[in-house]
Design a protein around this ligand. Structure first.
Ligand code: F3S
Length: 756
């Protein structure tokens, strides 16, 4: 059995007591989001109300999901925790490392050959530590999670931004970095700033050409790519009740595109239907017993302004199909004429070269069936396909059922390519060009979520527009960006004008879902004998060794780099081609800080080696210090480490021997990641002291042996002329985090605690 009904029942059993108590301490009716959050407090029954957008709170998620790219370093780290099994049900999904080129059969074989070492590692480590493993071709993580694991009222974290998709089944599901996932796998709490709440009231009903996708495209237009930051978006109202569960998943999925922490919907009949159709009648039965706890208190939706930080209302009956893009998902244009004008004004190519249907956002049975209804009309009415069409089904279950029901064959008759049940073009795994950088300007339409430059095909000149699957199908067939299927005719092979009828489809397969091999491998009950597979000479994977404690005496340290201005996690650990090495710390460390600007010469990857007086690349210079046993510090500006939760940005400097990162201010997640890796993450008590740091300085920490919560540290900067400055440094380490530092890392400490 893939899901754990006892765990789900356990969540529901404690719900009444905890939610009732939460209502008491908060002192007013609760939103659904608050009910789920308060039912998942690490400390159990709530004892006080938390301030939204301010308080950091420890939570106990029910599940973890990891995709193949991010799982590598997460699991390598988890192996350091000395545990025999993951503490929380966890699954790994192989979906990111599969290229789309010639169609599923050929592409999957190719992926299994070029990434076999990664898949073998993930499979063996999953088997050893009690983790469910979904093989390459089994499906896209978020579709598979929705079909198998998501449940109303649950809390999940996942090492992928679109983990939020599971909100379609009433979860609070949040994308996190590998370090957070490792903590929870190892049995620790997960910390989150208590989110703000945005309510979206949906009135009216979707009809005709309008789809759930248009709801989130509209929300993106209203809130923009930053409007959801730090907030949970909770959808409600009659319009929400009238939508399918997978449609709700689409809306929650693209909550990531507005920066939302997550999005969710209250439990309703569409969710019950979906649970029963996906062989989880027992989950539906259990949820029905606690129904009132799986949606907001009635007063909340009656007077939303009183309970949410912001409320938006959208009338679905008035909503029309939208095309969002190019290069950003919040730039909306109504399908049709408005696009003719806008494309002309902005010089967007009006001819559409490709239509792509799928991704974790829109690859459900309903999505495929509605898009196929348009494709079938093209066949019936003798309309020739003007663009190329690619389809990525969301899971093997969806693919198998869609093939059984003749849906995929409709696309194939239009010469569409059916790619693997995987991310494919959505994550740039699309072999569209041999030289993408110099490829021509063009437009594509897809039903994915992200559309920034180069995302799909690596071509900076590809203008990608986001639309519903049915609009994507219609526009791809017409071959024009400004085609409006509601008003425009097409000329068929006989020279006649024909029009599309409205799309039709099935919320769920009329004959039920079916699958022969869903691609799931359950772990062994006792995996202690399983050998984790990592080749000694692998370029992509490397087992980790525990970090040695840095110790409480740092003297004679050198400056590796004083970073000027913005220094994001991407400046510290670049993505792009380096992602290939994300499971090999030594290899990926060769990109450490190569994007940071050196404050002394305004150049990137060009720092002075104090041992030779020569300039070199940051990783090279740092490796020379390391070889001589010399500790180094990194100095930075404001909001150092902003961007993503990528743990590599902390692990790499640590691995290369950097002892301390001292900045004007930190992005909080990166600061925590440095602490977890057993490093010093410190801030200047007086920001202007940043200017005191000179290129040739030597550094001594004067009172590190007294490292304690709320106590400043003192740094002595000895300048080349022998003069000295004393610099006061602040820190936010609590006693437990000082324990991480003393033991060399949080995982080292967990290992010691497990052993005792
Ligand atoms: Fe995969 Fe694209 Fe979703 S990369 S997980 S299909 S956003």
């Amino acid at each position: 059995m893939a899901f754990d009904i006892d765990m789900i029942k356990g969540v529901y059993t404690k719900m009444a007591e905890r939610v009732d108590k939460a209502r008491e301490v908060v002192g007013k009716p609760l939103t659904l989001s608050e009910k789920i959050l308060y039912n998942h407090l690490w400390d159990g029954t709530p004892t006080k109300a938390f301030t939204r957008g301010k308080d950091y709170v420890d939570f106990a998620p029910d599940r973890i999901a990891c995709q193949d790219a991010t799982a590598q370093m997460a699991l390598l780290q988890f192996m350091q925790a000395g545990k025999s099994k993951v503490a929380v049900p966890t699954t790994v999904h192989c979906d990111h490392l599969i290229q789309a080129k010639d169609g599923a059969a050929v592409d999957l074989k190719h992926a299994n050959s070029v990434s076999s070492e990664v898949f073998d590692f993930l499979e063996s480590v999953s088997n050893k530590y009690g983790i469910g493993f979904w093989k390459p071709g089994a499906g896209i993580i978020h579709q598979v999670v929705l079909e198998n694991y998501a449940f109303p009222g649950g809390m999940m974290i996942g090492t992928d931004s679109h983990t939020v998709n599971a909100g379609g089944l009433g979860m609070v599901a949040i994308g996190v970095g590998g370090a957070d996932a490792v903590d929870v796998m190892a049995g620790m709490a997960w910390e989150l700033k208590f989110p703000k709440l945005i309510g979206v009231k949906l009135t009216g009903k979707l009809s005709g050409w309008t789809a759930p996708k248009d709801v989130i495209l509209k929300v993106a237009e209203i809130l923009t790519v930053k409007g959801g930051t730090g907030a949970i978006v909770e959808y409600f109202g009659p319009g929400a009740l009238s939508m399918s569960c997978t449609g709700k998943g689409t809306i929650c999925n693209m909550g990531a595109e507005i920066g939302a922490t997550t999005s969710t919907f209250g439990y309703d009949e569409s969710m019950e239907r979906y649970l029963r159709a996906t062989d989880r009648a027992d989950v539906a039965d259990a949820a029905n017993k606690v129904k009132s706890y799986l949606t907001a208190d009635p007063e909340v939706y009656a007077n939303p302004e009183q309970y949410f930080d912001q409320v938006i209302e959208i009338n679905l009956s008035e909503l029309g199909p939208l095309l969002n893009g190019p290069f950003t998902p919040d730039l909306s244009t109504t399908v049709g004429k408005a696009m003719t004008e806008k494309a002309k004004a902005n010089d967007w190519p009006i001819v559409v070269e490709w239509g792509l249907i799928g991704s974790c956002t829109n690859s459900s049975y309903e999505d495929l069936s509605r898009a196929a209804s348009i494709a079938q009309q093209a066949l019936d009415k003798g309309v020739k396909m003007k663009s190329e069409l690619g389809i990525n089904p969301g899971s093997e279950q969806v693919r198998y059922t869609a093939e059984r029901d003749g849906i995929l064959q409709v696309f194939e008759k239009l010469d569409a390519k059916i790619f693997t049940n995987a991310c494919g073009p959505c994550i740039g795994q699309w072999a569209r060009y041999s030289d993408p950088k110099n490829a021509p300007k063009n437009s594509i339409v897809h039903s994915f979520n992200r559309n920034f430059a180069k995302r799909a095909d690596g071509n900076p000149n590809t203008h990608a527009f986001v639309a519903s699957p049915e609009i994507t199908a219609a526009i791809a067939i017409a071959g024009r960006l400004d085609f409006n299927p509601m008003t425009d005719a097409l000329i068929n092979e006989n020279g006649q004008e024909v029009m599309f009828d409205e799309p039709t489809g099935w919320e769920l397969p009329p004959k039920g879902f079916e699958v022969k091999d869903n691609g799931y491998l359950a772990p062994e009950a006792d995996g202690s004998h399983v050998q984790v597979k990592v080749a000694e000479d692998s370029e992509r994977l490397q087992l980790l060794a525990p970090f040695e404690p840095i110790g409480n005496s740092i003297t004679g340290a050198k400056l590796l780099i004083k970073a000027f201005g913005k220094c994001t996690t991407d400046h510290i650990s670049m993505a792009g081609p380096w992602l290939r090495f994300r499971g090999h710390l030594d290899n990926i460390a060769n990109n450490t800080l190569i994007g940071a600007v050196n404050a002394y010469n305004q150049k990137t990857n060009f720092v002075k080696n104090q041992l030779t007086g020569e300039y070199g690349g940051v990783p090279d210079v740092q490796r020379q210090y390391k070889a001589k046993g010399i500790k180094t510090i990194v100095v930075g500006d404001h909001n150092y480490g902003e961007g993503s939760s990528r743990e590599h940005a902390a692990m790499q400097p640590r691995f290369l021997g950097v002892a301390a990162v001292i900045v004007k201010s930190f992005a909080r997640i990166h600061e925590t990641n440095l602490k977890k890796q057993g490093m010093l993450g410190l801030t200047f008590a007086n920001e202007a002291d940043y200017d005191l740091i000179k290129e040739d300085d030597t550094f001594n920490f004067l009172d590190l042996n007294e490292f304690a919560p709320d106590k400043q540290l003192t740094l002595e900067a000895v300048h080349a002329d022998g003069s000295k400055d004393l610099i006061k440094l602040n820190h936010t380490y609590n006693a437990a985090q000082i324990g991480w530092y003393n033991e060399g890392s949080a995982l080292n400490l967990i290992k010691i605690q497990n052993a005792s």
